[in-house]
Design a protein around this ligand. Sequence first.
Ligand code: ATP
Ligand code: MG
Length: 434
Amino acid sequence: MNIPVATVGAATAGVLDGLERLQGPVTVVRRCTELTELIAVSQSGIVRAAVVADEAGELTAALAERLAAAGVALVALADDPILRQRLEALRIVNAPSGVDPGALADLISAAVQALEQPVQDTRTGGSNSLADPAAAFGAGTAAPGPDDTALPEGRRGTVTAVWGPAGAPGRTTLAVNLAAEAAAAGTAVLLIDADTYGSSVAVSLGLLDESAGLAQACRLADQGLLDDAALRRISAGVSLRGHRLSVLTGITRSDRWVELRPAALAGVLAAARRIADLIIVDCGFSLETDEELSFDTMAPRRNASTLLVLEAADTVYAVGTADSVGVPRLVRALADLAGAVPGLEPRVVLNKVRASSVGRQPESQLRGAWERFGPGGEIAAFLPADYDAADASLLSGTALLETAPASALRASIAELAGVQVPGRRRGAPRTRAK
Ligand SMILES: Nc1ncnc2c1ncn2[C@@H]1O[C@H](COP(=O)(O)OP(=O)(O)OP(=O)(O)O)[C@@H](O)[C@H]1O
Ligand SMILES: [Mg+2]
């Protein structure tokens, strides 16, 4: 196997001459003068590896992902120990600039081979390089959670994604209140607003910050600089019954969606798993793979972050509105989801359940309709419509457990979160939706 390679940076000159003298497995087919030229060459399909020397400081996760998407393995040459540490954090293969040409050839061959063998998807048993962000960004070391509780060595927090079709079915309400219930019960929770269309977690929790914590975390992850301390610093805190709920707020203007690049978001999730027991992600609704809408397959993709979260999540809730528009919409969306993320088994949640939209005994009506027209599988929860509780909670910018602790809506979400609400027996019949 002969590997065609493109290079950039004058510092590579000596090594490259050595590589050529090897007449071995690597052939330098292009010496580029700048990084942009190297990227163009990589995307043209004529090389399978790129060696970056002088400009290694410019490398980011997004760039590495772009080259990987073009099937080009990346090797960086750098001498500065801090830069090499950053490259390690980004999982970019690197060596000192004075590396022996034979050793460099071996590194290039290994990097090409690694690119050809995608990371094993631990959830579905399939293989998908996006499926395990921790594998791409290093599993990390055990570290204290947001509640300053030390996680046992090697433990990774679990990721729960809350998703659902267009039409405001209640994704944010569910995500915020699941997170609040778990946090108030003492779990170290990080709530992430990754909705690239309309973020609203900050306002739901009365956080007035405009700093878009997730965008900041993505920027650091892109540069390989997101360590546990930085993630804790960026996260906003909400105090709930003496416990802290950590929050990465979303992008305040939806036209800033470009900042949530999937490679960086994968890094954020990997870091999040190190500092929290439970990570809850409020996702955007759309699953359309944006490259179908554009001829530029390398353009940033708006829905890629939603797809990445759904692939990485341990649990996915699919939320739909319990009425004659919402249910068929959810059924179609679940078919799209099965196509976009094969093997995923979402937990279906019907929200705003009310007799006025589906008739008397709404839960059994909905269950019957689901059996006849649904994609199979159970409905994990019916959340009652409770406009007074939902409005009061939004108005005050607090979770239901604070604004409407005795409401049926709060009780149903707490049950879904596995939290026992005082005065209610676990498994006791839930308050009927009116
Ligand atoms: N069970 C419920 N009963 C009454 N109102 C509800 C319920 N769940 C959510 N709502 C209200 O419905 C509206 C939409 O909810 P939410 O913002 O959670 O939806 P979403 O799916 O995140 O929407 P978006 O598309 O804007 O992200 C809000 O006003 C919320 O208070
Ligand atoms: Mg929302």
